[in-house]
Write a protein that binds this ligand. Structure first.
Ligand SMILES: [Zn+2]
Length: 454
């Protein structure tokens, strides 16, 4: 059988892997390319395979760089099932609707989107599922494990021709406030492992909440505005979870906290619907009667009018808004308004990809362009890495070490080859080297379009 890499190759986004066996052709993820211009333009190039010939797609999670090209795949003839956990599919609907509304050049229409949703097939974690194909006989099946990355996120185990292939998707930064620990597959002949943080560790994991509290006290103390650009999924809900605790235990000053992200607001009912995926602590808090996403002075500003009124409220406040890398969304209005004042603070709590406005600010730009205007950056710029949704270098290594050693103990599906994907080249190469040196496994960083025989 053959595995081809059509995204997530020496860059983070656009995850898309084609597995061809004698009976089946399936895709794992079909994500949007984001970031640098030369990568983004791949979204408009023809698929390097015929979408009509694909039997099924398995989706690891609902981030747009893993699902964003699904409607285009359907538009170009794909008509098979799209498998993922029920939470992933619910969130994917929200994310793709949002993408339809914000896309600058047309990649897909509302009609394509509706046809895509009709192909959604929910599959629970740990349930082994057979993939149908056009022939009567199919020997390909898969299982989803909890990746602990965002709600519903999964690691995909594919079983075919007596072999087991693992697609890590994105791996979580366990322990996280809401989700369960990332699961360890018990073995795997071939492993694709993400590498967003393949060359770095998160220094703040255990002190992240204290750092957040300190930052709030410092900025609010001087009467400033604290802006937090945040991804609508997971990061925002995790922040609310932290704020819930900080507010209810009177650990931070009494100021309004605006959630200025329609997408994040719309995703909260889905978070409430899938409480069964929460970790023990979050479940316990819920059972004790506390609503995690409701607390004093938390204001949801869903409409544009409500959002505009935030500015009219003078004095200290906290604003959580998307997009997470300041590439679009309402955070831009707040940045334009508040970045020129040194009293204010822009706090990064998530990964800022190369080429994004967020990354430029984080790297110390003194001036930034927003809506064609040059805005001076005088506000304080801070980052807390501990809220990253991605496993760091040590955690990625541990995850792979676990697969290697448990496969050896069981003497089945011992790891033969590792493919390091979904990272910037430096991060992927660095993780690949670590795997070769310290796990003694064959590891490589695939090129875009590379096809390997398994
Ligand atoms: Zn992700």
């Amino acid at each position: 059988m053959f595995l081809s890499f059509f995204g997530g190759t020496k860059f983070v986004t656009g995850a898309n892997y084609l597995l061809e066996t004698s009976n089946n052709k399936i895709l794992i993820d079909c994500g949007l390319f984001q970031g640098k211009e030369e990568i983004v333009k791949k979204n408009f190039q023809p698929f390097p395979y015929d979408p009509k010939e694909i039997d099924a797609v398995i989706i690891t999670h609902s981030h747009i760089d893993h699902i964003g090209r699904l409607p285009r795949l359907v538009k170009e003839g794909f008509s098979g099932p799209i498998f993922a956990t029920p939470a992933t599919l619910d969130l994917a609907k929200l994310m793709l609707e949002d993408e339809l509304n914000i896309q600058k050049e047309t990649l897909f229409s509302r009609k394509d989107l509706k046809r895509t949703f009709r192909l959604f097939r929910p599959v629970e974690y740990h349930k082994r599922t057979k993939i149908p194909n056009r022939l009567v006989f199919s020997d390909l099946s898969f299982k989803l494990l909890d990746a602990g990355h965002i709600l519903g996120s999964a690691i995909v185990e594919v079983f075919v021709e007596g072999k087991k292939i693992i697609f890590s998707g994105d791996l979580g930064n366990s322990p996280t406030p809401l989700l369960r620990q990332t699961e360890f597959p018990s073995s795997g002949d071939y492993v694709l492992i993400e590498s967003t943080y393949g060359d770095r560790n998160h220094p703040d994991l255990l002190k992240r909440k204290d750092l957040l509290e300190d930052t709030i006290e410092e900025v609010i103390g001087r009467g400033g505005v604290l802006m937090i650009p945040s991804f609508a999924l997971e990061r925002t809900q995790e922040l609310l979870y932290e704020f819930n605790e900080l507010v209810e235990n009177h650990r931070i000053p009494k100021v309004s906290i605006f959630l200025d992200s329609p997408l994040a607001i719309d995703s909260i009912p889905i978070y409430k619907k899938y409480k069964r995926y929460y970790n023990k602590e979050a479940s316990y808090i819920l059972r004790s009667g506390d609503e995690i996403f409701e607390f004093p002075r938390l204001v949801f500003t869903k409409t544009i009018e409500q959002s505009k009124r935030i500015e009219a409220i003078s004095g200290a406040k906290i604003i959580i808004a998307g997009s997470g890398m300041s590439t679009s969304g309402r955070i831009l209005y707040h940045e334009r308004r508040y970045l020129p004042d040194p009293k204010n603070c822009l706090l990064f709590v998530s990964y800022q990809a190369e080429g994004t406005r967020g990354r430029k600010i984080q790297d110390g730009a003194k001036e930034i362009e927003i809506f064609g205007e040059k805005i001076p950056v005088r506000a304080q710029i801070k980052s807390i890495e501990g809220y990253s949704a991605h496993a760091d270098r040590n955690a990625l290594f541990r995850w792979l070490y676990h697969i290697k050693s448990s496969a050896l103990i069981k003497n089945e599906h011992t790891v033969k080859r590792v493919f390091v994907v979904q990272g910037e080249e430096k991060a992927s190469e660095s993780l690949s080297q670590l795997i070769k040196d310290h796990l003694g496994l064959e590891a490589e960083v695939p090129e875009y379009g590379q096809k390997v025989q398994l």
